[in-house]
Design a protein. Sequence first.
Length: 212
Amino acid sequence: MDEWQRLWAGEFLMAFRSADAFRASSRPFRQKIAGLQNKSVAREANNDVGGMIASAVTLALSVELYLKTLRMISGPPNQGHELHNLYAALPNDLRQSIEAAYEATPKPAPEEPAFLEFSVAREGGPSEARPPKAEKVDHSLLAVLERSSRDFERWRYLYEAGESERVNDPYEFHYLGVAADVLHSHAERVCAGIRVTRETSRVAAINGPDQN
């Protein structure tokens, strides 16, 4: 293990565990709407606005932390919140492995919603802003990360959206969730190696150097 990797090992474990906790926090709402039809998803979102917002914010934050964690494999973590830029900073072979795992994940049925749009309008304020409808949506990993790059900021301040004619970014709960799961799996493999190294060092420190 290189010297900088020893330096970042503790930070890696902390960031990884934080990402896992945020991903777990996003899961209850996502599980509640998984497999529902459009009208049912909209009804659940309106009935649990707080749960929806918390899910969107914590899932985006978990993806950000997984990306920063994986960046520590090759150097210090990047700054910022833009997911596609954080992803672009990863080594090419790691991105190829992540994308292969992402593409191998089963896709939802055509009738199953994969994202959620939520617009806010204030009585007497600007008109409600809605994003233009795309004929065909690109669900590749990079496209999802790019569209979701502002989720952490936009969704946690969703209550401010009624003050301007702002188009809110959709919450891509399915594909961003797949991204989080794939990133978790890749980071977990590295984390297991760090745990072994740290435990080995701890045992050596307790037992003392070999006297033979």
